[in-house]
Ligand binder design. Structure first.
Ligand SMILES: [Zn+2]
Length: 690
């Protein structure tokens, strides 16, 4: 995802899975083996009945899937999300290949996605051009003479998607969610997050050495001598370490209170004594007045100091690295992309083979022009009856949440009232936007892969910029329609479910409610619960960062949530690395609350339909099938390297715990399988918040 262009800071959006966030993911081995109708939401063929469901429900539900799906060499993790992701990607490829035929009757959007795909696939042309297309940018950096010239240069680099020093974006005002203002955030790191620069265990020390080596190799590829590149890589590491030291870590970033520092442009500008913010704003065409948010004042102060105390040749080196880093994908000669894959996908996450070119190009266009591609996708793969059923399920789960709030024994009537008002205000967005994004001002030239990338990034930057000072458009989406994921937006108080997700094996109009509610229903509940997790609960029904809790209720919430912090802190994901209970709290709350809501909604529906709860299908009762369908969405094989990265940076717990730890907290699950109180799948200290 475009971190730099994020409409909302990373924390503001709660995703279902952190999935397409790195270049590592998603290799398919399913090219010709899996078709949509073979995937099922409740799949009895992947259950391993030789495993006791009360001992390890995850393995019971998934073991035959694991046997059938060995981890492909080009995957860091491979699960049912990847299964669907790859299937969707095949569908997108068909659309792109058709659009890439230079026919007369292509629509303007088809011309753009088709020509962009053709340019991306033309590796011979890309390799032949070498660094020529990026030379003007390298020359601009080489021409930097002193700190006075930095603001204009940095502004230009930001407009073309280079994440150097800080991050500038357009985001909703914390105090008044109707308005979009300028946000100045931390940024400029090449490692995944702040703590990577400071952990003292052997593995982390080794990873830092490997990172410096990666920077060095990239500089050599760009023409530097071995000697110079070694010196320069150390410079990059020193500058980034300084920036990292002043940055918040991933856990701190989850608390909006840590980021809420409203200011005025003039005041921010005065604070940056060595960096002329007015010059930056002018070059970026950003507002040079009005309200702004300085997300991390400590970081901006360090940046200001760094500008004053760092020799200009070192700043040039740092910028050169970040330019290469930002463009080392499908637009640059393959050696750059392979080296980047080697560090981020192979070393950090364990993948053994790079994905095929067409997959990288397809994903690139989904990232860059997702709505142009998505418009064709939904017309083919998301029929109106699916949208209707999806909406019906969402409404049923919202009703279940209202009932759940009423039943809470720890919350006062006043807070319950406010919670229900917030729930009533949640906007449901299903499938795709009502109004499609307008790409008419974007120029895509066949045969110019790197120029296209630069233009698309500029286009996206300008789109964001144009929002500042205007009321928020809540109809906009931050995920493309084919995405296999979902999110809750705390400042907009809406849930968003892309069309790409409402497919088997997560949802099917051909399967029954037990399967659909256990699986997709739990996801709908998950997103809804985000509005009431440790982050989401800090925003009111209008998306303002405003307390609507009584002090007593807040204390009780924190106490109940602490049970889950302790539960997940105790889990050792890989030897020596525990899960971070605070980092994963919001997602764990959403998993548990979401599944509970799906359960209530489904029970109500089943009762109304007089469903026979003893009648077995495929050997299981409806209740058992509900839980199995829940567990089967998480069947995933993960490499230890990826598991390690995930435990360190991902707010989501690994899939095994998203299954077993959640179910251990639900006595209703244990009852469905007649688990004894002493069984592993029954927690002696079950947590429950929502
Ligand atoms: Zn989530």
């Amino acid at each position: 995802m475009y971190r730099f262009l994020a409409v909302i800071p990373t924390w503001g959006i709660a995703l279902l899975v952190l999935f397409a966030a790195t270049t590592t993911l998603s290799q398919p081995h399913i090219e010709s083996t899996v078709t949509a109708h073979e995937l099922r939401v409740f799949d009895p063929s992947i259950v391993d009945a030789s495993i006791d469901p009360c001992d390890n429900f995850y393995r019971f539900s998934c073991n035959n899937w694991f046997k059938r799906n060995p981890l492909p060499p080009d995957q860091a993790a491979y699960g049912r999300f990847t299964e669907l992701f790859e299937l969707n990607r095949l569908h997108l490829r068909e659309i792109l290949e058709e659009a890439s035929k230079p026919a007369q009757n292509r629509s303007p959007n088809e011309q753009k996605i088709g020509d962009e795909y053709a340019s991306c696939m033309d590796t011979a042309a890309i390799n032949k051009l070498g660094l020529t297309p990026i030379k003007p940018e390298l020359d601009r950096i080489a021409a930097l003479r002193g700190p006075d010239e930095l603001p204009a240069l940095l502004a230009h680099l930001h407009t073309i998607g280079v994440d150097a020093f800080f991050d500038f974006s357009a985001s909703q005002d914390y105090a008044d969610a109707r308005q979009v203002i300028s946000f100045y955030n931390s940024g400029g790191l090449g490692l995944p997050e702040r703590d990577y620069y400071f952990r003292t265990d052997d593995k982390s020390i080794e990873q830092r050495k490997q990172y410096v080596d990666h920077v060095r190799k990239m500089l050599v590829l760009a023409g530097e001598s071995e000697e110079q590149s070694a010196k320069d890589a150390d410079t990059v590491m020193a500058i980034e370490t300084r920036l990292a030291k002043a940055s918040l870590n991933v856990t701190e970033l989850r608390d909006p209170q840590n980021l809420n520092h409203p200011t005025e442009f003039a005041a921010l500008s005065r604070g940056l004594s060595h960096f002329k913010l007015a010059d930056y704003a002018e070059a970026a065409h950003a507002p040079a007045a009005g309200k702004a948010n300085e997300s991390e004042p400590k970081f901006m102060a360090e940046f200001n100091d760094l500008v004053a105390t760092t020799p200009v040749d070192q700043i040039r080196t740092y910028l050169r690295w970040h330019l290469l880093h930002a463009y080392a994908g499908t637009s640059m000669p393959e050696a750059f992309e392979t080296e980047t894959w080697n560090f981020y996908a192979h070393i950090l996450n364990g993948a053994e083979k790079q994905q095929e070119r067409w997959k990288r190009c397809t994903s690139r266009i989904d990232r860059e022009m997702g709505e142009a591609l998505g418009q064709v996708y939904v017309s083919k793969y998301f029929p109106p009856e699916e949208k209707l059923q999806a909406l019906d399920m969402t409404l049923a789960i919202e009703q279940a949440m209202s009932k759940d709030i009423d039943s809470l024994d720890w919350m006062s009537p006043a807070t319950k009232q406010a919670a229900k008002e917030k729930l009533k205000t949640v906007m449901n967005k299903i499938g795709y936007p009502d109004k499609w994004r307008d790409y008419s001002k974007l120029n895509i030239v066949r045969g110019d892969a790197l120029g296209n990338l630069e233009r698309v990034r500029q286009f996206n930057f300008n789109r964001e910029l144009a929002k500042i000072g205007k009321p928020i458009d809540k109809g906009e989406w931050t995920m493309s329609p084919p995405t296999v994921n979902a999110y809750y937006d705390a400042q907009q108080n809406n849930v968003n479910f892309p069309a790409g997700y409402f497919q088997t094996p997560f949802f099917s109009t051909k399967e029954d409610d037990a399967a659909n509610y256990g699986d997709m229903g739990s996801t709908i509940g998950h997103e809804l619960t985000h509005g009431f997790d440790d982050e989401g609960r800090q925003f009111d029904k209008d998306g303002n960062l405003k307390d609507w809790w009584t002090k007593e209720d807040e204390d009780k919430f924190k106490q109940k949530a602490q049970c889950m912090v302790d539960q997940y802190d105790a889990i050792e994901a890989v030897p020596g690395v525990h899960l971070n209970g605070k980092l994963t709290l919001g997602e764990n709350l959403a998993d548990l609350g979401g599944l509970w809501l799906a359960w209530i909604a489904w029970q109500d529906k089943a009762q109304a339909a007089h469903l026979d709860m003893n009648a077995k299908t495929d050997g299981y009762t409806p209740e058992q099938r509900f839980w199995i369908a829940y567990a089967q969405q998480w069947c995933t094989q993960t490499r230890p390297e990826q598991l390690r990265s995930q435990a360190q940076v991902d707010p989501h717990s690994p899939d095994e715990y998203r299954t077993n730890s959640v179910l251990q907290d639900l006595p209703e699950f244990a009852k469905s399988f007649n688990c004894k109180a002493t069984a592993k799948m029954v927690s002696a200290k079950a947590c429950r918040v929502w």
